[in-house]
Design a protein around this ligand. Structure first.
Ligand SMILES: [Zn+2]
Length: 421
């Protein structure tokens, strides 16, 4: 048998939250069997003696992974000061630094059980190479903004289109990102939507992250950001709307026409931006997913804490402990995100699905009864022992050797640069 992996005797998290003990066989990147496996596989993980629970791979729908060197460097600032610091960083960034930072950022996600992500940055061709070098996968959105506001060389719109046209990394899906209404005119946004339409890619955008953004937009255009986007035809099923903290009632109804919303609770808390009206968006029919944002505003790439804070923050806002149940938070981080990103492609722990699997160690913080509640409220990355992407084991109690080598080299180069700057 070629390229086969068996996880034997692990607990498998089923859709209803229960855990069933059985085997998983993966062949050529696809789950070919769930149930007792008689035959041998090329590689075997002993789930029974290790006390493992297999869950569908966690998905991060908003990150800027090449900002890894800014971890711990931009603490205690609001969004406007934050953007000034990060844009100064971008201005002196180089391609080799983007590559090394992307490797380090992805390593953190792989370590934390994240099997797929949406990145929002420039130089995504360089990030794509890093994705390929780690055997990872990603949805890489090249950011566009007005020419007079960018630190990119050349025109961001042609840069984004060139990336989409020339990407050859199979596990990378190119997308278009729009920085925000504060940095992109109607013409820039139209051009961004046009290239997305032409090449059949998705669009993602920071929307209504701060009250300041909403007030300034209303002053200039007479409409709030989502009202303005809706009026101009920018809110559609192709859009992954990030943040959506400051929406009024009408805008909550409008945003349900987006493909999905990326809720970034930690980043919103840290920057003091506010609490997104997630339950109201869900009531209006929006599909909620979870994002970490960058390590400058988080400061971790950990979806377990996003599930927990995402749920607790809504309980605080509404005075209602049932506002977001663990099962709903888990769906945000898995099925909802997969539905937007994979579109019909089979996802989850079932035969025929793509083998994107996160392995959790049973024990303190990750029980078998109420496994989802234990995962969302009592776990941390310390409970994650395995990350399998497209059937390849990228992490199991440590990084795969090839990945470890790349990460060590990139970390050394970044440290050297830091010492010499
Ligand atoms: Zn962001």
């Amino acid at each position: 048998m070629n390229n086969s992996l068996a996880i034997k005797g692990a607990g498998i998290l089923l859709g209803n939250g229960s855990v069933k003990n059985t085997d998983i066989l993966i062949e050529d990147g696809v789950i070919s069997r769930i149930g007792k496996i008689g035959k041998r596989a090329d590689k075997i993980i002993d789930g029974k003696h290790e006390g493992l629970i297999a869950i569908p791979g966690l998905i991060n729908t908003h990150a800027h992974i090449a900002m890894a060197p800014l971890k711990g460097m931009v603490d205690g600032t609001d969004l406007m000061d934050f953007l000034k610091t990060t844009s100064d960083f971008d201005a002196r960034n180089s391609k080799s630094m983007v590559y090394d930072s992307a490797i380090v950022g992805m390593a953190e996600m792989i370590r934390n059980g994240i099997t797929d992500f949406v990145d929002f940055y420039y130089s995504e061709d360089v990030v794509a190479k890093a994705v390929d070098d780690l055997n990872y996968q990603g949805n890489l959105a090249w950011v566009v903004l007005d020419k007079d506001k960018t630190t990119q060389d050349g025109d961001p719109i042609s840069n984004a289109e060139n990336f989409i046209k020339h990407n050859k990394v199979k596990s990378v899906k190119p997308m278009v990102a729009i920085q925000g209404v504060y940095a992109a005119s109607k013409e820039t946004m139209e051009a961004a939507y046009e290239i997305a339409k032409k090449h059949g890619t998705k669009v993602t955008m920071h929307i209504a992250e701060t009250e300041y953004e909403v007030k300034e937009h209303k002053k200039k255009h007479g409409l709030r950001p989502v009202e303005w986007m809706h009026k101009n035809g920018f809110v559609n099923k192709n859009l992954l709307a990030v943040h959506c903290v400051w929406l009024d009632k009408n805008e909550i109804a409008m945003i349900s026409n987006a493909g999905a919303v990326s809720y970034n609770p930690t980043s919103n808390m840290k920057l003091g931006s506010g609490i997104a009206p997630i339950t109201e968006m869900m009531d209006s029919g929006a599909s909620i997913t979870l994002g970490t944002d960058s390590v400058a505003s988080n400061n971790s790439l950990d979806i377990i804490s996003e599930m927990k804070y995402g749920s607790l923050l809504q309980a605080v806002r509404l005075g209602n402990p049932k506002a977001i149940l663990p099962k709903q938070a888990f769906s945000f981080a898995t099925y909802n995100a997969a539905q937007f990103l994979h579109h019909g492609k089979s996802y989850g722990l079932k035969e025929g699905a793509k083998a994107d699997i996160t392995l959790i160690k049973n024990g303190i913080g990750a029980g078998r009864s109420n496994a989802i509640n234990a995962l969302v409220y009592s776990s941390s990355p310390a409970n994650i022992v395995g990350t399998i992407v497209n059937g390849k084991v990228l992490y199991y109690k440590g990084f795969a050797p090839k990945i470890l080598e790349k990460v060590t080299t990139s970390l050394k180069r970044l440290e050297k640069r830091e010492r010499s700057s």
